[in-house]
Ligand binder design. Sequence first.
Ligand SMILES: N[C@@H](CCC(=O)N[C@@H](CS)C(=O)NCC(=O)O)C(=O)O
Length: 204
Amino acid sequence: MRLFYFPGSCALAPHIVLEWLGAEFEAVRVTKGDPDYLEINPLGVVPALEYDGRIHTQADAILHLISALHPNAGLGGHGTPGENYELNEWMAFLTGDLHPAFFPFFSPARYTTDDSESARDAVKAASELRVDHFYSYLDRHLDGREFLAGGRRSIADAYAVPMLRWGRLLEKPLSDYPALHAYLGRMEADEGVRRAMQEQGLIR
Ligand SMILES: N[C@@H](CCC(=O)N[C@@H](CS)C(=O)NCC(=O)O)C(=O)O
């Protein structure tokens, strides 16, 4: 199994889960736009997971695949229909709402045909407002909860980590979302999360 990643990207999520599971895998650092990587994943994005003779893409689907390969660990989708729904609801929120809210912040030029700096700044400002909307929602949900879904650690917690770490790049301080901020602190203190962050060179 090989996991292709850019440091600190959403590929940190499967990296964390593989660490939690103690799985055997190789983490392969790639660079944006590298033609060799485009051969592997023509979409040019991470994560990509090489497993069972093929390349798998899409963070949400990869996280479900990894958890399905280790059903006894109970990290995803192996409970009652209600529990599965709750996990999938949060996975869809992360992959369909929160992650895309950051796209214009990281790549503003893709979201305007005006190439002036002020137009790009406006796109980034709009992105920050959208993230604020979703962070506020998440902050209310996390108040009084240890984990994101189902009252136990799951692939959704791993997925949330990179997307909450990106919040440090935004103008509004993460401490303005107290429950979310405390949750990220707990997650970043977790051993498996730390190992994945170390392997990606994000911490020492
Ligand atoms: N829908 C994809 C999106 C993946 C994605 O956008 N990954 C980012 C890193 S978090 C990326 O590789 N960005 C590079 C780019 O957009 O060129 C998924 O959920 O896996």
